[in-house]
Design a protein around this ligand. Structure first.
Ligand SMILES: [Zn+2]
Length: 369
């Protein structure tokens, strides 16, 4: 296995510059050299070099020019959405939801299929490959690779599922990335579902979620963190395991061996058909995260949240109002994901696109044969 493109320190600087220009252009409106220079606080000459590079790669195109007085007319550029594509797969224990997205992260096609819980790894890889192949036939542009977002913990650098707290986890230790890469012969990355979700959500709202947590309630409960503009993965790729923080010392037993983990309490409330109690568990998790991390935005996502979004949002807003009242008041905005059920699949596709934008990425391609 080899990294798709090796980058040295200077490549990374150039990549960051390209990514910054593309992030502005990604909003869809035509851009001009002077506008970009102002937005990114660099010289128009520096922007010219970046644009030349991006035009040569087919990511940006000239779309015309206009005159606003004497002197040279202003040239307008736009991003070329149809120049690249990426596939994103959202894997749960019971379902596989895939999307193919263009260079701007817009979804071109989606495909969902049910899978058997605790499916053995070879069958799982076959299901992932089948969905990826089906999606690869949709949309124009170069296909960059496949991103997979799955329940954690996941070692993103190695593309390995580290295994849930359940002792019967059939996926524990599976090299999902390398197995899928061997099967598809195209670049693959594997990430934790909540981190893929946060990347997908911040992709569509650049800059808004620089200090944010995304709390995901699917079949389990997890969180992803972005602090001072950087996604936090932690020393063991396990940052954000909010589902196994204890919210009730004498609470429900959890497969991890302890009692009162947030996830165990949340799932128990759901089993009892008590969305209000489930929402209060989530609200406690959110308040604890906000206290710990001092974020200014909280994004909620996942099927379980969407099913009861009103009661969940109300409980969280109330908990934050009360919990943050003491001392200097801080404002924390609570948002529902703008991407709905596509959130994680779209996020995994955006992680693949980030690589093309020149941003650091865990994408790994096949070795040359
Ligand atoms: Zn636990």
């Amino acid at each position: 296995m080899v990294a798709v493109r090796t980058t040295g320190p200077l490549d990374r600087v150039a990549g960051a510059h390209d990514a910054a220009v593309l992030a502005v252009a990604r909003r869809g409106e035509p851009v001009a050299r002077t506008g970009l220079a102002e937005a990114l606080q660099v010289t128009p000459q520096a922007i010219s070099k970046i644009l030349t590079r991006l035009i040569a790669r087919g990511l940006i195109a000239e779309i015309g020019s206009f005159s606003s007085g004497p002197g040279k007319p202003t040239t307008l550029y736009r991003i070329v959405p149809e120049s690249r594509r990426a596939i994103g797969l959202h894997l749960t224990r019971t379902r596989l939801h895939g999307v193919v997205a263009d260079l701007t992260g817009q979804i071109l096609e989606r495909h969902s299929t049910e899978i058997t819980p605790e499916q053995p790894v070879p069958a799982l890889i076959a299901s992932l490959a089948r969905t990826a192949r089906e999606l690869s036939g949709h949309g124009p542009g170069e296909l960059l690779g496949v991103g997979v977002g799955m329940p954690g913990p996941v070692d993103v650098d190695e593309g390995v599922h580290l295994g849930s707290s359940s002792r019967t986890d059939a996926w524990r230790g599976a090299s999902i990335r390398d197995l899928l890469l061997d099967e598809l012969r195209m670049p693959v990355l594997v990430d934790h579902d909540s981190r893929a979700a946060l990347i997908g959500e911040s992709w569509s709202q650049p800059g808004l979620l620089d200090n944010a947590v995304l709390v995901l309630a699917e079949e389990g409960l997890g969180a992803a963190l972005r602090l001072d503009g950087t996604i936090v993965r932690g020393a063991h790729s396990r940052a954000g395991e909010a589902g196994h923080t204890v919210v009730n010392l004498s609470g429900e037993p959890c497969p991890c061996g302890r009692r009162g983990c947030a996830q165990a309490e949340y799932l128990a409330a759901q089993r009892d058909g008590d969305p209000q109690r489930a929402a209060e568990v989530l609200a406690t998790v959110v308040l604890n995260l906000v206290r710990l991390l001092d974020v200014d935005r909280v994004v909620l996502g996942g099927r379980s949240v969407y099913a009861h979004h009103q009661v969940t949002m109300d409980a969280i807003r109330e908990a934050l109002d009360q919990g943050l009242h003491a001392g200097a008041p801080v404002h924390v905005e609570v948002l529902l994901s703008t991407r709905g059920v596509d959130l994680i699949a779209a996020g995994a596709a955006c992680e693949v696109l980030e690589h093309e934008y020149g941003l650091p990425s865990a994408l790994v391609g096949p070795s040359p044969r």
